[in-house]
Design a protein around this ligand. Sequence first.
Ligand code: GLA
Length: 383
Amino acid sequence: MHDPNALRSMHLARFHADPAICVAPGRVNLIGEHTDYAEGFVMPVAINFATLAAISPRTDGKIVIWAENYGEEKTFDAAAKPIASKHWSDYPMGVVAILAGEGHTIPGFSLSIWGDVPLGSGLSSSAALEVVTALAVLSLIGADYPRPVLARLCQRVENEFVGANCGIMDQFISANGKANHALLLDCRDLSFRLAPLPADVALVIANTMVKHSIAGGDYPTRRRESEAACAIINSHRGGVPFLRDATLEDLAKWGNEMEPKSFLRAKHVISEDLRTVAASEALLRGDMKEVGRLMAEAHISYSKDFEGSCAEADLMVDLANELPGLIGARLTGGGFGGCTVNLVEQDKADAFAEELGKRYAAKTGIKPEIHICHASDGAHRIS
Ligand code: GLA
């Protein structure tokens, strides 16, 4: 139902009020994994899977949220402080909590949400939900923020309300993406530059169907391990509050003082920053071969050093590497499952997608979902 009019009709029928409609996309990350919370570089793309929200005011002081995907409605008292309950409504109510904390008075409203970002697949369904809710609520109260600030507020929903200690990448790209472009983001100062994706290159997303969750234990464990390595470097030469500030020479000097796992995690993060900047430069000069080579290197680093992959994702990448038309393939997102991202020559994309699906199913017995996507605009109001 990627159709705002269908959502409008649904909202009208349920709440008897004409809504404002907003949309926020999911994302795929081309390169730069687990670098965002180390104040490093990432290069994601907003995709044509998105969450839509319809919002209208209420006069009874209630917040009523209908989630079409879950077929469920939840009601809250707009005057009460929201409390997290490990439920999908934590994302929209987390937005309410953070905006209220910023001094906004949030009135009662009806909100209908619908999305097609696959859940738990590493394509940032939760960021899309946060960003679209923030945009909808802000439009209701007649307030606005610059997009980078909006992204930061939505990241705080995860960090402070939901309890997931993620970085800024997902919320940032959902709020700031641009059609046909990848975005190189400096996660330190949130400056970014856009690099066009060539028209003859397709973005193929292959879902291993292995569920991933960043609220689970692996993501925070990896984060802790890499930060422990950073602390050791910082204790020697100072000025290294984040791995963004560390070098491979630092690792060579003081790596022997680190837990072996911490050393490997830091090696991934430090080298990934270098690869990400190099990949954005290659993309800007149209050197797709180099982009693909860096993606391949990034996958090996993510899998071997960061141990952020899983057997199915490694297989999906290996199978892609055998197929005609592949430019580069790697596991995308928080890790431990989810999707691979494949840059593929456009005229070979259909055959690539079909063959990849067949081979993966034959080896695993799991039927993967494979999508040929395109880079889309970031969040905006539709009506
Ligand atoms: C998840 C988090 C992001 C980022 C990636 C890994 O998507 O939400 O902040 O850390 O994992 O690159």
